[in-house]
Ligand binder design. Structure first.
Ligand SMILES: [Zn+2]
Ligand SMILES: [Zn+2]
Length: 152
């Protein structure tokens, strides 16, 4: 494990007031290295050589969830994904963008969307989950290339 990753894990656990254990450090190292949200299954698969017990991984994720260290992102695949909290509040986590062409998921960790107001009297909004869809920059520029070829 790289020293800077080790330090980051130390900081996250301190922040969450959690004792350092092998499985906790291992799950955090996966999440720190992940570019996009991971399912518990994906995390467990990556750690099968260190922590063969999947239940330990699930419990670790639950403890991170309770501590606010991770949150659940509900993506297209209809299955919960876990990731580190970035700019997340009690009411809202950062938005996710799914490319409809390549299926890649992007965490828009720098963005925070204004909270929606209740559209009807009597409804109280407690949580907002923003899921954006469209073309990623890669697919968008490929598409433009294809179109300009057609025009020629
Ligand atoms: Zn794409
Ligand atoms: Zn995310």
């Amino acid at each position: 494990m790289k020293p800077d990753i080790k330090q980051k894990i130390e900081n996250l656990l301190n922040f969450a007031n959690l004792r350092r254990t092998g499985p906790r450090a291992a799950v955090l190292s996966v999440l720190l290295g992940a570019r996009k949200p991971q399912t518990a299954h994906q995390i467990a698969a990556k750690l099968s050589h260190i922590t063969p017990n999947k239940v330990t991984i699930y419990r670790t994720l639950e403890s991170f969830l309770a501590a606010g260290l991770v949150h659940k992102a509900f993506l297209q695949q209809r299955c919960w994904h876990f990731e580190l909290s970035h700019n997340c509040t009690k009411n809202q986590c950062h938005p996710h963008f799914t490319c409809t062409n390549c299926g890649d998921v992007y965490c828009l960790t720098e963005k925070q969307m204004p909270m929606a107001k209740s559209p009807y009297k009597g409804f109280i909004i407690s949580h907002q989950r923003i899921q954006l869809e469209g073309l990623c920059p890669k697919c968008n520029s490929n598409l433009q290339l294809t179109n300009s070829h057609k025009q020629m």
